[in-house]
Design a protein around this ligand. Structure first.
Ligand SMILES: *Cc1c(COP(=O)(O)O)cnc(C)c1O
Length: 395
């Protein structure tokens, strides 16, 4: 038998952490990394945060799981808090980001079915999007590397250029159900939507009676300095997917919707065995206790500005670095060479964890709890890694 006991779908690197503490990870040999990847924007309170771990421990010992067939005071309490904090009137909890996006897509489709327009079933999405790895969510992107080997896929997504409002309007017809868009594309290369684009999509949705759905799985949950990124664009969606940071490391996702947009999500239309179980809700509640506070959000914004300024100061010293983009603590460092090779080099030779993204961008996604010393350490490590980086020869 040559196949790994783990289905070999990940090209796993040699970092094998067994313990985490704040912004650091340690392996069994005591090797240490500064974690500015946060499990891809998940561990927003860092590792081993006492409030989060205690909430999970306490709930695990009290009641871990009940079916969604039963009432759940724990789930209701978190839903009420999210409703109070956001545009949403109603929430469905999931176990992952892709499931949150699936529920978002179903909500959009069900809305038109329930309001007598079942012919509106096509969803407009955008180039280089990442919405997850299920069959529907890979159908929602034009990224070849995600689709390859799985075609034919559902053909009810229409992928258009990102940030091109005119193309979006031109594509609307009687089959269009809505838009699905990341306010800041994460995996695609930390590309923020322009304000004109998101405001324009909102206006088009209103004009044509279709829905605006946002995928805030990566950019949401305080990462940009507001609870959700769209708050900084001055718009609200009709439906939104959240996940990643929302459980601080515990698998949780959520589909949030207005009452109007949820018109079709009636009893029997959707479900999940685990979704929003008491243990997940304890994690989500503990995360909200901390990140929904205005002082915490302001601190994320200030740290984001500090980190961005420090990166910008470093850029002219290295030909490798081109520019910084993103918002808050969701930053992308654009390279003039292969970002995957550089991320691997920074990891193996300088003890810094970051994440590669499309367009030769290095994603910098630290825990939101970092302080000035971590910012300095990250920039020092990036600078040292750039100085020792051998640009791979083009094949
Ligand atoms: C990570 C991600 C997803 C998928 O989340 P999973 O939990 O991996 O299923 C969907 N959308 C965006 C924007 C993401 O970053």
């Amino acid at each position: 038998m040559a196949i790994s006991p783990l289905m070999p779908v990940y090209p796993r690197c040699d970092v094998a952490p067994v313990r985490g503490e704040g912004a650091y990870l340690y392996d069994a040999q005591g090797r240490k990394w500064l974690d500015f990847a946060s499990g891809i924007a998940v561990n927003l309170l860092g590792h081993g945060h006492p409030h989060l771990t205690q909430a999970i421990q306490k709930q695990a010992a009290t009641l871990m799981h009940v079916s969604n067939l039963y009432g759940s005071p724990q789930q209701m309490a978190v839903a009420e808090r999210l409703v109070a904090l956001t545009f949403a009137d109603t929430i469905f909890f999931t176990n992952s980001g892709a499931e949150a996006v699936e529920c978002t897509i179903k909500t959009v489709r069900a809305y038109h079915y329930a309001t007598g327009n079942p012919q509106r079933y096509k969803i407009i999405t955008f180039s280089n999007a990442f919405h997850g790895r299920t069959l529907a969510t890979i159908a929602a992107t034009d990224q070849e590397k995600l689709r390859k080997g799985f075609e034919p896929l559902p053909d009810w997504f229409h992928v258009l250029p990102f940030n091109d409002l005119a193309a979006a309007e031109a594509a609307i017809d009687e089959s269009t159900a809505g838009f699905l868009v990341e306010p800041i594309q994460g995996e695609g290369g930390v590309r923020p939507a322009t304000v004109e684009f998101l405001k324009g999509l909102r206006a088009l949705a209103d004009k044509y009676g279709i829905l605006l759905a946002l995928d805030e799985v990566q950019c949401g949950m305080a990462r940009t300095g507001t609870l959700f990124a769209h708050e900084q664009y001055g718009i609200t969606p009709d439906v939104m997917a959240s996940a990643k940071g929302i459980g601080g490391g515990f698998p949780v996702g959520a589909c949030l919707a207005t009452e109007k947009a949820a018109a079709g999500m009636v009893a029997g239309t959707h479900g999940s065995t685990y979704g929003g179980n008491p243990l997940a809700m304890a994690a989500c509640g503990a995360v909200l206790d901390i990140v929904a506070e205005p002082e915490f959000l302001d601190a994320v914004k200030a740290k984001g500005e500090r980190l961005r300024a420090a990166l910008e100061q470093m850029i002219p010293n290295h030909d490798l670095f081109d520019h910084v983009r993103g918002m808050g603590l969701m930053l992308g460092l654009k390279l003039t060479a292969d970002s995957r090779a550089f991320v691997a080099h920074a990891r193996s030779s300088h003890g810094l964890l970051t994440v590669a993204a499309g367009d030769n961008v290095v994603r910098i996604l630290p825990p939101l709890t970092i302080d000035e010393s971590h910012i300095r350490e990250c920039v020092e490590k990036l600078s040292a890694a750039a100085a020792t980086f051998q640009v791979p020869q083009a094949a």
